[in-house]
Write a protein that binds this ligand. Structure first.
Ligand SMILES: [Zn+2]
Length: 321
């Protein structure tokens, strides 16, 4: 049996399609990409419709443009009958209506529209919440409730990390490394969950930060290894550190991004795992001399780090013994 993880080419945003089940397949969509991806999101829904299946759950991890606008544009023009349930943190907080700057503006009318379309809305979604879908369990490990409240108080200062360094080698970056965590309220409120299906555990970290994920793992998955991890925040160096990578215990990772990923993050993965494999939904490294000669000989040719462009990751699962 398979669990298919399709990491859509959602530009610099994110949209991941999970499909699993024995005879009857379940579909879970994680985020909907940026506005540019609206057509892509629509295409996914049409494909699911052709398969005679439904979207059992749409998880909108948080309210930033690159995760939510694909769906927001879609819902106002389509009946959405196929979408049965949505997880979204962004309801009941009056401030969304007044502080209409950047991300918070995305929420107000969206929640109304979801209700109008009679799609089941689960909100707030925070740590400890669990749902079972078609034999899989989805357990939320972050955010905490306080993070959701902070989100409500915010005037978003979302700014993407700039100043990418890729001239330095993976080794040098790792040796000089300093992790500075981001402190963006929307991302800190990002839904982060572990999908357990048969014998596999797959962690989807949304855009959460390392400290929060580590806390959640300690609380809910102490000393348990993940099989695959969707790295947080498009591989930003401000969300993933070595402690987190070690704690996750996985060797396989997914990064969703169209442009170059912070090399610090890749350096941490490459150095904190004995052997690692990174699946990317775009090839952002080969045309850019991203990996220098030392990187190639030490990590890539030696097989310590393998990185590939792959949109569909098929994981074979077996019954838990
Ligand atoms: Zn994002």
């Amino acid at each position: 049996m398979n669990l298919d993880i399709k990491v859509e080419k959602a530009f610099n945003g994110e949209c991941i399609w999970l499909r699993f089940g024995d005879k009857k397949k379940a579909n879970v969509l994680i985020d909907s990409g940026p506005a540019r991806f609206t057509i892509g999101f629509k295409r996914i829904i049409q494909t699911i419709q052709k398969l005679n299946e439904e979207v059992n759950l749409l998880i909108l991890t948080h309210i930033d443009n690159d995760h939510i606008l694909g769906f927001k544009n879609y819902i106002f023009k389509n009946d959405c009958k196929l979408i049965k349930k949505i997880w979204l943190n962004g309801d009941g907080i009056s401030i969304y209506k007044y502080n209409q700057l950047l991300s918070p503006r995305n929420v107000g009318r969206l929640v109304e529209e979801i209700r109008k379309k009679e799609i089941t809305l689960v909100t707030p979604v925070c740590e400890g919440y669990e749902e079972k879908i078609n034999g899989a369990s989805l357990k939320v490990i972050a955010p905490k409730k306080e993070a959701i409240i902070n989100l409500a108080k915010l005037i978003d200062k979302f700014n993407l990390n700039t100043g990418i360094q890729y001239a330095k080698s993976l080794k040098k970056l790792y040796l000089e490394d300093k992790y500075e965590e981001e402190n963006t309220d929307t991302n800190k409120a990002s839904i982060c969950f572990v999908l357990e299906y048969m014998n596999k555990k797959i962690a989807f970290l949304g855009d959460a930060v390392a400290t929060d994920v580590i806390e959640g793992l300690d609380k809910y998955y102490n000393n348990q290894k993940m099989d695959i991890v969707k790295i947080a925040h498009h591989g930003s160096k401000k969300n993933t550190n070595c402690d987190l990578i070690k704690k996750l215990g996985a060797n396989e990772f997914i990064i969703s991004k169209q442009s170059i990923v912070h090399k610090e993050t890749i350096a941490r993965i490459a150095n904190c795992c004995k052997k690692s494999k990174i699946y990317c939904n775009y090839d952002w490294w080969s045309s850019k001399n991203y990996f220098n000669r030392t990187d190639k000989s030490t990590y890539i040719d030696s097989g310590r780090l393998s990185i590939c462009e792959k949109n569909l990751i098929q994981i074979s699962v077996e019954e838990k013994i």
